[in-house]
Design a protein around this ligand. Sequence first.
Ligand code: MRU
Length: 364
Amino acid sequence: MLIDQQHYRSIWYDEAQRAAFIFDQTLLPHRFHTIALRTLDDFCQAIIEMKVRGAPLIGATAAYGLALSLRHSAKDIESTYQRLLATRPTAINLRWALDKVRKAVHDNPQLTAFVAALTACHQLCDDDVDTCSRIGNHGLHMIEQLILPKKKAGDVVHILTHCNAGWLATVDWGTAVAPIYKAHQKGIPVHVWVDETRPRNQGASLTAWELLHAGIPHTVIPDNTGGHLMQHGMVDLCIVGSDRTTAHGDVCNKIGTYLKALAAHANHVPFYVALPVSTIDWTINDGCREIPIEERSSDEVTHITGRDHFGNIVTVNITPDGSPAANYAFDVTPAALVSGLITEHGIFPASAAGLDVLRKKISL
Ligand code: MRU
């Protein structure tokens, strides 16, 4: 995506510097700061501390972590794989990407492990860009077919999104935000309600920053506002991303997604989930029982980080000392609340039957 007329991906590799580069997303929107990742520790810490986050980008980062650790020797590939896999438990793209790199090493014995793995990483990133662009096209088509006919010519389409499923969460384009970028580029007037997404505020700090740079009208709202807006006819459509979707269509995404889906259902607002096929965990059916939900430090709830009057990034405490806090990072939205799954292969019902059709289409 373009930032001040320059095109960026959220991760890229520079052989001259023997490093993968990312933006430190913990500093956005206050600082646009690039960091180099070289060692296995660098990669693991970047994922654990959420300098990179978002299911597809976590996968791409872990993939480069595995590849770069093979530069001198392939003997530790299994332990490196396991260390990277353990960085965050919920997004299935992490395992998917690591598996791809490990398979590339195995399938290309004529190449050094490093070259085979690095080539796979570059391909994985290029594929992710293409995948997300196609998700955007399918989502745009849905907006044109489902939402625009209900509006008068020139009316604004109001879309609510939760967390950040934009280009910062993928290699480029994003998942849930890709249809919004495509609609805006096509001249459809869109306005985005951006859930702030406590406790880490990925909506307020990352989605808002993306939309601002793309010139897309948007409004940041506290997480508890969506129901009110839907009751008053101020939301035409919700689109969110996913960290893991089951073979029966249950969707795991950032904590608070479920509440938005309930409000959307009660108010007859379409609730779509945009995801690449790599986010589907075909081995499980029941999202509530089978998806591991990451629990993060309570400090993320008791403290909040922002910019003070002097431009310094500061963290302050917002709860009484001694009050415990809970920090479940994700929740599961049952398939029955999901209007459809927007994938790179088209839009499918969130159900076992719907996903079966997708599976057959891609011959998995
Ligand atoms: O904890 P995060 O910031 O990694 O959570 C990100 C999300 O929940 C996104 O909605 C999801 O990964 C989809 S990203 C295309």
